[in-house]
Design a protein around this ligand. Structure first.
Ligand SMILES: [Zn+2]
Length: 235
């Protein structure tokens, strides 16, 4: 009786171990993909910042040209001022000069603003480049770590799978098909132990009749959750 219980508990354990190995094998590539996504996102941000930098530089250059042409214009107006033939003409030209000077002051402020933006964006680009480099390095490191672990894990997986095949011989013929179906659906949770007549998967209490059967080493499907129910070793 206890031999049967320990054989089922052994089989259940093997399934649990296999699940753990399978999870580890599946998690690695998922984690690698998540890190790669982070690199791609940082690259996208960097490209966006580079476009912003180009725009800020072009804007500063354009405003600089405007400034120069205003400066030249003022020079011309100044020579007109020198040859003004009337007070009225003098006042008009002088007014233009004042207006152009005010426009130049605005342009100078705007140029300064663009240059500050250039500095800010340049710093952000540097930051993005660093993020890309460190994340890429971590992907490479993680990947090589995982690859060296994966070989061992795959070996372990194969060993567990053949151990399970062997241990499965305990399943009675009439339950074999259902057992395989349960394993395909629930993996390591295809089986549930029972102690004191309670299913350890769904915590439903078995009828007295079922408890007698379980106590005598019979395995059955839990009437509530459908798992392959076996008497735990403790009882
Ligand atoms: Zn159950």
């Amino acid at each position: 009786m206890s031999g049967v219980a320990s054989a089922y508990s052994h089989l259940h354990n093997l399934h649990t171990k296999l699940k753990r190995v399978q999870d580890q094998l599946a998690r690695g590539p998922r984690q690698i993909a998540a890190r790669r996504k982070k690199v791609a996102k940082a690259e996208e941000q960097k490209a966006e910042l580079e476009a912003q930098l180009k725009e800020a530089r072009a804007s500063a250059d354009k405003k600089n040209l405007d400034l120069k042409s205003k400066e030249a214009g003022i020079g011309e107006l100044q020579s007109k001022l020198n040859v003004a033939s009337s007070n009225r003409e003098y006042d008009i030209v002088n007014g233009q000069i004042e207006a152009d000077k005010a426009a130049m002051a605005v342009l100078e402020d705007e140029i300064l603003e663009q240059l500050e933006r250039v500095d800010g964006v340049t710093a952000s680009i540097k930051e993005a480049s660093e993020t890309i480099a460190t994340t890429e390095a971590s992907v490479t490191e993680f990947e090589s770590e995982f690859n060296s672990k994966a070989a061992g894990l795959k070996e372990e997986q194969q060993k567990l799978e053949s151990a399970i095949k062997e241990a499965e011989s305990i399943i009675p013929g009439e339950l074999k098909e259902q057992y395989h179906r349960l394993v395909a659906t629930y993996g390591s949770e295809a089986m549930a132990s029972t102690a004191n007549g309670i299913c350890n998967n769904c915590f439903v209490t078995m009828t007295a009749q079922k408890r007698v059967l379980l106590n005598s080493g019979t395995v059955m499907l839990c009437p509530a959750c459908g798992r392959l129910l076996y008497q735990s070793e403790a009882e």
